[in-house]
Design a protein around this ligand. Structure first.
Ligand code: HEM
Length: 195
């Protein structure tokens, strides 16, 4: 694989779904309910990018592809960018920018509560994704960025909670997230216990 592809492939590919959605939205090509379609698509892409972020470390360990390492940040930022568009669509088109309604929804609709919690985590991670923040926060940075696992779990719960009938799709996402989290668990028994 060429160096240019390794460096720019993921950043360029990551932007394509959003560019496609924005163009389709502006041309009124998103079907009968464009706002609903835009909300659903951006929500799903946010979850997909969160999953891709979690995939980087196990994939790097398995394949030895060290060039993937900086893309964990890129993919995480894309998860935030898609989640921000998802949230903004809801805030502008569903709530008409009414923050009182937003507060009510967060308090009264559990799927919004968990979606909002996941979004706040992504916001904190994006805000501290700079080299300066890594240096400043030191060990706290690692602890903070472990919250990405919570963001992924909350996003799956958000999806499970909002679907009314067919649970298959959110359950598939849930199984993928669970498998990726399982790769982080130190399964090996300590030598003392195994003796
Ligand atoms: C600010 C917080 C959030 C709000 C207010 C919010 C709101 C919504 C709404 C209104 C829907 C459509 C519900 C319906 O069909 O009736 C939705 C769907 C969805 N959201 Fe969120 N969301 C938030 C955060 C997130 C985050 C952070 C993620 C992922 C990382 C996410 C992923 C999804 C997914 C996967 C769907 C379902 C899409 C589909 O049906 O294909 N949401 N959300």
């Amino acid at each position: 694989m060429s160096d240019a592809l390794k460096r720019f492939g993921i950043p360029i590919l990551g932007a394509l779904p959003l560019v496609g959605l924005v163009i389709a939205f502006s041309l009124d090509e998103l079907g009968a309910d464009p706002v609903e379609k835009f909300t659903h698509e951006t929500g799903e892409w946010a979850l997909r990018f969160l999953i891709l972020t979690l995939l980087v470390t196990p994939l790097r360990r398995f394949t030895g592809w060290s060039w993937l390492a900086p893309h964990r940040r890129t993919l995480g930022l894309y998860a935030f960018v898609y989640a921000a568009h998802h949230f903004a669509t809801y805030l502008v088109f569903d709530l008409g920018f009414d923050f009182a309604f937003l507060g009510e929804d967060i308090l009264e609709r559990p799927y919004i509560t968990v979606g909002f919690a996941s979004f706040l985590i992504l916001l904190a991670l994006a805000a501290t994704s700079t080299k300066g923040a890594v240096k400043r926060l030191k060990k706290k940075w690692i602890a903070l960025h472990r919250l990405v696992y919570a963001a992924a779990i909350l996003a799956v719960v958000h999806f499970l909670w909002l679907v009314k009938a067919d649970l298959l799709e959110p359950l598939i996402y849930g199984a993928i997230v669970a498998a990726l989290l399982a790769t982080r668990v130190p399964w090996k028994r300590s030598t003392a216990r195994s003796l």
